[in-house]
Design a binder for this molecule. Sequence first.
Ligand code: TXA
Ligand code: MG
Length: 317
Amino acid sequence: MTPSLQTEIEDAAARLKAGELVAFPTETVYGLGADATNVDAVLSIYQTKGRPRFNPLIIHCADLAMAERYGQFSPLARQLAEIFWPGPLSIVVPLRPGHGLADVATAGLDSVALRVPDHAVALELLRAAGRPLAAPSANPSGRLSPTSAAQVRLGFGDAVPVLDGGPCQSGVESTILAVDGDRLIQLRAGALARADIEAATGRSVEQVRDGAAISAPGMLLSHYAPNARMRLDTRPEPGEAYLAFGPAPAFAGTMRNLSEQGDLREAARNLFAMLHELDASGAGTIAVAPIPETGLGEAINDRLRRAAAPRGEASSP
Ligand code: TXA
Ligand code: MG
């Protein structure tokens, strides 16, 4: 690694620690990285990409020890990590209590997708930043994933600094594998072939066909749904808990306001934590005020609709 690249990595790490975004190379595609423990930084990923909804993000770590701070690895999950990391395998495991990740990064799920990328620049950046990085592909939503720094700049111009690590070796995103007890379930085909996982573990890998309802984030492993029933687009009745947005009526029961000012970014930041709090109040039903379907409101409404959906019903993302 040249001294100038080393300096660029240190500069990029400082930006990430300050809550800014940095695009960085991995062996699969370039990622749009943010400090995964910083809610505002993660929200900036969605805004910058123009990603319409919160989709859970892959959390990139420097090594297995770092990943174990955020996910609970069964012996089987650990075996996979030891064999294939660093490498293009994202492993979905239960979140570890007290993990400290921003809940917008995991979209409020109780599982997390973790991976250690096999790229010297990415690994050096992760070590220098000393924190996990949430990173989807570094392209505006709906465009092709970038496999060079030039392609990232085509998508974002000067809006995002890019660490140039040359062209990506694989050019296809990582394989996503959920470990559920002793089952291995491939949620996304990717740069690591299923046959290689089967050969290394001696276990068969179940496939979830792309586009199947079950592949939707959270449909397969337990998805955050409050114990309380939820009613959208409504005012609270006595005995209910209330999730308000904007100016709210006086209410005797447990109430949280996503944003008194009606600021969608603030609302997004508060969403999952407030749902958890209202649920913990023990109310049988949570009434939810209407949220405008614009900007981050699309993501907020998507999550609210999923939380309100009848249990066991698969809705696509
Ligand atoms: O190769 C890659 O994986 C690249 C590079 C930058 O590392 N990243 C990438 O991220 O492809 P992205 O955001 O395009 O894909 C993340 C995928 C989404 O399909 C999401 O649904 C899934 O990971 N995912 C994340 N967390 C999950 C979870 N807890 N359960 C199920 N799926 C999850
Ligand atoms: Mg992508």
